[in-house]
Design a protein around this ligand. Sequence first.
Ligand code: ADP
Ligand code: MG
Length: 309
Amino acid sequence: MTQDAIRIEGLRKTYRGAKGQPEKQALKGIDLSIPRGSVFGLLGPNGAGKSTIINILAGLVLKTSGKVTIWGFDQDENPRQSRASIGVMPQELNLDPFFTPRGALEVQAGLYGVRKSDRRSDEILAMIGLEDKAEAYARTLSGGMRRRLLLGKALVHHPNILVLDEPTAGVDIELRQMLWANIRKLNEQGMTIILTTHYLEEAEEMCDEIAIINEGEVVARDSTKNLLGRMDAKTMVVHPDTAVSTLPQGAGIEAELRGDGAVVLRYGSNATSAEQVLAAVRAAGITIRDVKTEEADLEDVFLSLTKAK
Ligand code: ADP
Ligand code: MG
């Protein structure tokens, strides 16, 4: 249990509605444990509750109920230690325009009580590629540079856990690659990484494990490999020359006779090749007049997992 980087139990958040607006139940009882050393993805559509979870972890939003343990420290019982264990790169670009990158890192380090001798602003500036902008005002920085500075700010107190809220939403491919490389390097150095994204591709590329969040609930949680495995469903439709008497059989193949005489075969493309399916069809004595395959679209499967119940 102490091996978890983060442990979330029965987490609920209800936002009070603004004047005349109803209240919003953003989290409906989230249970989630995130192992140390992993790159963990919180995946879900806009409005799912990802930022709410992150902001509660960061201490920026107060939970309505539930228990949050960060690096073994209960957030309510040990607020200081739990806060020191985590660094958060927020979704929004909230930088003071009159700070330079170096100034912003120093102020952040001060907020976290990092002693001058323990600060490593130069190292961080080099890592995020802002050495030559160290003394420029934040308002003169490009969007990409600001985002990199936010990453730098999350790192000043040497956190065990780095949380990135939509790190690459709306950024160009070059910056995305750079952020991904930085994140991988930090993980190799032992940092636990949690990132939220609504890009399937990003989760696939970066994460060891994924939880899919929808409407304030965890709808799936598995290793990326298993989750994508569930998404490799393919369908082959075979139109036979003559009426079918025996359905094809084979490991990992589900065959069904359709009303129009066609044979519908469902299989997972990771475990079973199209050739194996065709071989099973021939072995059943079926002569193929026509054949079609349909692929489950990743977006479709994602949508079916996150579909409102
Ligand atoms: P995500 O990050 O997955 O897009 P959020 O956590 O930002 O989702 O939002 C979850 C839900 O809570 C949304 O319906 C959003 O409109 C609502 N919400 C978020 N922040 C507030 C707030 N400060 N006040 C009221 N509702 C909010
Ligand atoms: Mg968000």
